[in-house]
Design a protein around this ligand. Sequence first.
Ligand code: ADP
Length: 546
Amino acid sequence: MLGLMQDWPLLCHRIIDHAATYHGARPVVTRSVEGPIVTTDYAKIRARALRVAKRLEKDGIKLGDRVATMCWNTWRHLECWYGILGIGAIYHTVNPRLFADQQTWIINHAEDRVMIADLTFVPLLEKIADKLTTIERYIILCDAAHMPQTTLKNAVPYEEWLAEVDGDFAWKSFDENTAAGMCYTSGTTGEPKGVVYSHRSNVIHAFMAALPDSKGLHATDVVLPVVPFFHANGWSLAFSSPMVGAALVLPGAKMDGPSIYELLDKYKVAFTAAVPTVWLMLLQDLEKTGGKLPYLKRVVIGGSACPRAMTQTFQDKYGVEVIHAWGMTEMSPLGSLCTMKPEYAALTGEARLDVQMKQGHPPFGVEMKITDDVGKPLPWDGKTFGRLKVKGPAVAKSYFKGSGGNILDDEGFFDTGDVATIDEYGYMQVTDRAKDVIKSGGEWISSIDLENLAVGHPKVAEAAVIGVSHPKWDERPLLVIVLKKGEQASKEDILGFMQGKIAKWWMPDDVAFVDEIPHTATGKIQKMALREKFKSYVLPTVEAAE
Ligand code: ADP
């Protein structure tokens, strides 16, 4: 027997319909790429998205076609997403921070037909355009007055292009399992792989993301998505914010400390989200200026482990609650958030921080397990660590064009490549990437734990730990440090600080001071590059062992 409820496919553009109907006047404020602040609202965004849809059809774009965007978070980018979605075409966010070769590869692999780009990226696209074999035209997000001279094929300023049609258009209707968006994983190993979201997965994921013990978004919140829409589906903020009718503040091209601070303060932002590197810049700026954060209530920090000192500073010094979150492109991307269950809610001080170092518990819609190398489930005791595997309606079942083959185990779980513990209350903690753990004498050392500890040293700006080969132990940890500007510290200072806080055999064998630690396009420490740099590094403990 079937249920007798209506057939109402979960289509992403219904979200902007809802926002326009019930939250139509809610402001969407952007620091535009051209410079000035631009204010619009959900009703106008929907109206212009309908024109985008109609205009794309006029260019011959139809159901299933891929439309690339290389754009910052702006109101125009949002209009484009919904316009693309509303005709069943697929938004493909291309990360502008990737290498040109990777971008070329990704765009060709996705067979994007149109490229929508911000002014910032015109020079970059001009360099690779002759290799982009499937792109038929470029739409530059500006008006005629700002349009640069360009060699890009059929290039047109967005506002002119849009003005060629009216907004008299009805969204297309189709199956909710239709592809909606594409995002390639950065491919730190092998070629980039295309993750393909569906309308259904995006809508379900937006519900999950907005839940009270997830991001807990409200219509009364002002939300600043610092995390770019091109990073892992923009952490759902382009969907979950309009879904609940929260006001948006979009940072455009500027994500430095002073620029973000100005937006947080001027627009009384209550909720924001980004990777730790962004918050490092903001906190350093606040330290200099003495600025305060009176309006900000919650900050979601994820993408890589949030250092303890960062959580502590946000909470104790600025009164902002940190929500540590974990996820990945393949998961749309949310996997878990560290919000408090009753078992931990009463904790304060260091004990609360201990819990907040965990990446948290999954919302409804994510199943998790940890297993050993042969797939045997491991206990949830907060200590035993194993491969973290996940399952759910917004988790990838395969990659675009079958890259990587079958990616699920016998029970349909996807191996995240992370190594983690899960405690008795279901809080997951990432111990490391499977390929980054340091294998010392058959035991595993977590590079993330060591990094978190080292950045707690008052003179340390950033820390990375890599395994360096060792004749006796196979690998031993090397701690790579960037000191805060103008500070000096010795190896003994740093190791002395760590002493007693970790098992003796976890202590790094050496400390290397560098000016800069390389980052990936999404702000993560580039362990591969560091390992390459320190490939022939000889640890001081080697001689003793030989
Ligand atoms: P990209 O490399 O393109 O940014 P993802 O954003 O999908 O790819 O990266 C997902 C990975 O990032 C996770 O598998 C995990 O290793 C890491 N990660 C994400 N959030 C956290 C976190 N809070 N703590 C530790 N690692 C994290």
